[in-house]
Design a binder for this molecule. Sequence first.
Ligand SMILES: [Zn+2]
Ligand SMILES: [Zn+2]
Length: 554
Amino acid sequence: MATEKLKIIPLGGLNEVGKNLTVYEYGNDILVVDCGLGFPDGEMYGVDVVIPDVTYLVKNAEKIRGIVLTHGHEDHIGAIPYVLKEITAPIYGTPLTLALVRYKLEEHRLTDIADLREFRARDRFSVGCFEIEAIHVNHSIACSVALAIKTPVGTVIHTGDYKIDTTPINCAMMDLTRLGELGKEGVLALLSDSTNAERKGFSPSERTVGAALDELFDNCPRRIIITTFASNVYRVQQIITLAAKNGRKVAITGRSMENMVAASVELGYMTIPPDTVVDITKIKNYPREQQLIITTGSQGESMSALYRMAFGGHKQVEIGPEDRVILSSSTVPGNEKTVSRIINELYRRGAEVLYRDVAGSLHVSGHACQEELKMVLALTQPKFFIPIHGEQRHLRCHAKIAAEVGIEPSHILIGDIGKVMELGKKSIHISGTVQAGRVLVDGTGIGDVGSVVLRDRKHLAEDGMLVVAMTLSREDNSLISGPDIITRGFVYVRESEDLIDEMRMQVIDTLDACQENDIRNWTAIKSTVKASLSTYLQKRIKRSPMILPIIMEN
Ligand SMILES: [Zn+2]
Ligand SMILES: [Zn+2]
């Protein structure tokens, strides 16, 4: 047994932001840390979410002893409903994390099969041969923890997402004391959050946002509509506290925001001053300067409450010149366009719009910057270091920081998804690869949208399509009727009658040529029609729509 190594296999979250999932394997035991989803990029037409490929877990299902969650963000818990359809394992999480998991399982009607087990910071519990201790960290959602995982080879610290907030809201500062103690006892490896590894200094405290918001709420004659990430319990708490202080009533709208507030209040992570929150249908009964609405939609999501308010589709709220709209958030990369569109629309409606670019400190990040990363490295003094949670640039920066604080460069390993990192008491190396990647989810279909479907969708989206329907005689392939040309997303037919006629002529010529050259097979006829039309359109208008020839027989 002494020669057995610990395997660490990331199935997501490295060289990408999102879908975090790390496998720890020793002997016959597998521990899974986090089970998150990712969001599609602009090229993934119609894809709702992206989840990690968990084939490796399915193949080793009998070894899985549990899934332990670090916190309740989508990129750490979002894939649970999909993965639970493939494997069974108890799920461990802090109270708020599990409350959010429960909402998800209800949506997917999976509550019956889930075995949820609660723990709190400083608790210790065993999952197979792994002994786990939860360590309180600061982050943009309450109830976040890092994990100290005692393995037969040594202690591994997996931070999850974190920052060090010396003046946090409603909770204590990150448990640096415990990290220091573990460092003294000896840490084999540290896996640490790299999201902000490029940023110098310290991440500002959540409290600084409160100060900025207080100024904006104070003596404002307008109705205030404010949006933030629903999961940022501390932010929502600050908004409600400050609203009460400034004599405003608060209404909450948007499903994820309502769920989050309900769960946080129930679990004691949020306190609402008496007589502050009112129903969204009742808030108009108060004077404008006493109204404050907290809403979803900070990323410009088209189904969100803020979007509907801006574009006139919200039942209770329509935004106008009497409103001050505050975006207390940052724009997640990839959402720049949708956020910009909503800001433009809000301005167009005459509202006063305040967001990071024009109003400064309306948001702080939940991830550690360079000085905090150094502090965690210094406290834990790991023998080996593996940067996690980030794209290649973030991982590289974090590796450089680790070397700067004195970690032996040959003890720093940058992994990748699917790469098996093997740790012994004195060694670390990559020993192999397992299947890993992304699985695309569209509606209820999981994984049935692959690269071929995506390529077609991209083609359709960029160039449109063209159906050529024709009826041929069974005897001699002569044209009986058609060809009819139907287009979608290609040209506006009424203004392109000449072009359509030309295409029809082109098809007739091609069919004649087929007969002359004795091309009788319909598959061959179809591809000849397709090729000639495609060449013609490329020359004539420099476009290449998807062309679908259909032959009917008579
Ligand atoms: Zn997070
Ligand atoms: Zn994360």
